[in-house]
Design a protein around this ligand. Structure first.
Ligand SMILES: Nc1ncnc2c1ncn2[C@@H]1O[C@H](COP(=O)(O)OP(=O)(O)OP(=O)(O)O)[C@@H](O)[C@H]1O
Length: 284
């Protein structure tokens, strides 16, 4: 079953548009949603959750059309955009007492376990929390009402490396049983290398690739060589950089001749993003 099915989503702002965005998240897996600043990650996530109107497209969550079953779906979807930034003069305790009333399946014990795990003191006021603590508090709320699908926008930004690593471990624990699925956006690609099963890459409002992580990386090759070798592959490269030693460039695996004498390695996610961004700089 699909936990999330986004089909042909279109949404236009004055200077930006999502163009036919489609991707799927399988039940029980972690999908990393990557893209540079302004690529359209937050707009896609807001569109999925009907927090902004879309021009066209269809969104299904946990097998049901989201808009037709919005209230029911919001009970079983945990979502978080960065940290909590409301009721800032109230204590955590008070804010939770308001929020938990929205959820039929609020799990008090789970919630207290997360407060403990995240080292959050419920007597602290929201305004007294660091940015990372606000993110953790938001996650504690999202995780405490029996969510089957977590949609998290940049959940790791603002967290220190240790807290990030702990959170990634928690994500893996959550999907282990196969009941919970996670979509999380980030531009910290190393987080995804650690824990995502699938990757969806958005660039300028368009999905460039959405596939299982290994397949995603295997779609590309990073080449390096001298100027005469560059001349042979230049037209096939997604983009390239030149320096005094020669060039490095990204190519689709299918466009690369494995018998060629050009040195080739598997790129990492960051390199893939960098060379796609460079493509615009080269051809505008
Ligand atoms: N309400 C809005 N009205 C007009 N344009 C908007 C609006 N919200 C976002 N945009 C534009 O849409 C584009 C995509 O923004 P979005 O926030 O979806 O990107 P993102 O991938 O989440 O970026 P980041 O990693 O920086 O958070 C940007 O150019 C932004 O300026």
């Amino acid at each position: 079953m699909l936990a999330l099915d986004v089909r042909n989503l279109n949404k236009k702002y004055e200077h930006f548009q999502l163009k036919d965005v489609s991707f799927q998240v399988k039940k029980g897996y972690i999908m990393g949603f990557i893209g540079a600043n302004g690529a359209g990650k937050t707009t896609t996530i807001k569109s999925i959750l009907n927090l902004t109107t879309i021009d066209s497209g269809e969104i299904s969550t946990l097998g049901k059309n989201f808009i037709e079953h919005e209230l029911e779906m919001k009970q079983v979807i945990g979502y978080a955009f960065g940290g909590v930034n409301y009721y800032t003069r109230s204590k955590i305790k008070k804010v939770t007492n308001v929020i938990k009333n929205f959820y039929e399946n609020w799990e008090e014990e789970t919630y207290y376990n997360y407060l403990k795990r995240f080292n959050l003191d419920e007597n602290k006021k929201i305004a007294e929390l660091s940015e990372g603590m606000k993110v953790k508090y938001n996650l504690a709320l999202a995780l405490s009402h029996g969510s089957k699908l977590l949609i998290l926008d940049e959940p790791t930004s603002g967290l220190d490396p240790v807290a990030r690593d702990n959170l990634l471990e928690l994500f893996q624990e959550l999907v282990e049983e196969g009941e919970v699925s996670i979509l999380f956006s980030t531009h910290i690609t190393s987080d995804l290398e650690k824990c995502a099963d699938y990757i969806t890459y958005i660039h300028n409002g368009e999905i460039i690739n959405s596939s299982e992580k290994e397949d995603f990386i295997n779609t590309y090759r990073l080449l390096s060589g001298d100027d005469s070798q560059l001349a042979k592959v230049k037209d096939q490269l997604i983009s390239y950089k030149q320096n005094s030693f020669g060039f490095t460039g990204l190519i689709h695996d299918q466009d690369f001749d494995p018998k060629s004498d050009i040195n080739s390695v598997r790129p990492n996610l960051e390199e893939i993003m960098i060379y796609f961004s460079k493509r615009e700089d080269m051809y505008v």
